[in-house]
Design a protein around this ligand. Structure first.
Ligand SMILES: [Zn+2]
Length: 283
């Protein structure tokens, strides 16, 4: 994964709250909204968290001054957090070109735990998208876990795939399809699985068009392999085998390793999000 050295980064799309303490739990007071069930649908790892707090704690300022640090594509090639900035910039540039009415969503980098409109979340849940505040939440330590515990190859483009997947959920939120995961949240043919596989396909569609956003040089075979390896590592069957020793399709929430590879590839080969229809027909 190689950024164009002279690409101008927009660091305002990423906020950095790493290293800041967050009060645990959430007291949702005011607005009469106590007890609203906020379901985080974007969880990469198939763990749904519910929370009653629709008033996220204010987190302003920044752990690292990304505006000073991440100015160009050369910076994105130098450091992990600037690479996330460049990746987010490219993904959103793509969707802006592709989807009428696309509105940008921020990514928040956090460490250990954070307060969101979907409730209090710890890093354990993995990267996720919260529809309530339209933000992608990312603890960069997750990527070490992906390699060490889940056997993914790792690498910069594994991260890019994950970020692309989460922005896929944002696109679904804008299109109104994200909610399909609520009506049927579990099972091999469930709405949840279809939503997740479509997000993988959207990540692939972006990857195919990443060069045309002006941020990235041509992808290499290594890049694509890293994305596929990550997709495979987080398949429901692989995770279940690893954590419980057997596969139980009734419990699927994100699709099998094979399905995740397949739908990323569908997006990547076509470069066309219209090919990402995971809702009609077989998946
Ligand atoms: Zn997801």
């Amino acid at each position: 994964m190689d950024f164009r050295d002279d690409a101008e980064l927009d660091s305002s799309q990423v906020e950095d709250t790493r290293g800041r303490g967050v009060p645990k739990g959430g007291l949702a007071i005011g607005g009469g909204a106590v007890g609203i069930l906020a379901l985080v649908v974007g969880l990469f790892f198939g763990i749904d968290i519910t929370g009653g707090n629709d008033q996220p704690a204010q987190q302003t300022g920044s752990g690292t001054d990304l505006a000073a640090k991440c100015r160009t594509g050369a910076d994105a090639d130098q450091s992990e957090d600037c690479r996330i900035v460049g990746t987010v910039n490219s993904i959103q540039s793509y969707w802006k070109q592709t989807l009428n009415g696309y509105t940008p969503a921020k990514t928040q980098l956090f460490s250990q735990a954070t307060q969101t409109a979907c409730g209090y979340a710890t890093s354990d849940v993995g990267p996720f998208y919260c529809p309530g505040d339209r933000k992608v939440y990312l603890d960069l330590n997750f990527f070490n876990q992906l390699q060490q515990q889940f056997g993914a190859e790792g690498g910069p483009f594994a991260q890019a795939y994950v970020v692309g997947h989460e922005y896929g959920h944002h696109v679904q939120n804008l299109l109104g399809t994200l909610g399909k995961s609520r009506s049927s949240a579990r099972g091999a043919e469930s709405g949840a699985v279809r939503v997740e596989l479509q997000a993988d396909c959207y990540a692939g569609a972006w990857a195919k068009n990443a060069v045309s956003t002006g941020f990235l040089e041509q992808l290499t075979d290594t890049d694509v392999r890293q994305a596929l390896s990550a997709a495979e590592a987080v398949g429901d069957d692989s995770i279940q085998r690893r954590t419980q020793g057997y596969v139980q399709p009734d419990g699927f929430t994100h699709g099998t390793s094979e399905q995740r590879r397949k739908w990323f590839t569908t997006g990547y080969q076509s470069g066309d999000p219209r090919q990402c229809d995971t809702f009609s027909g077989s998946i």
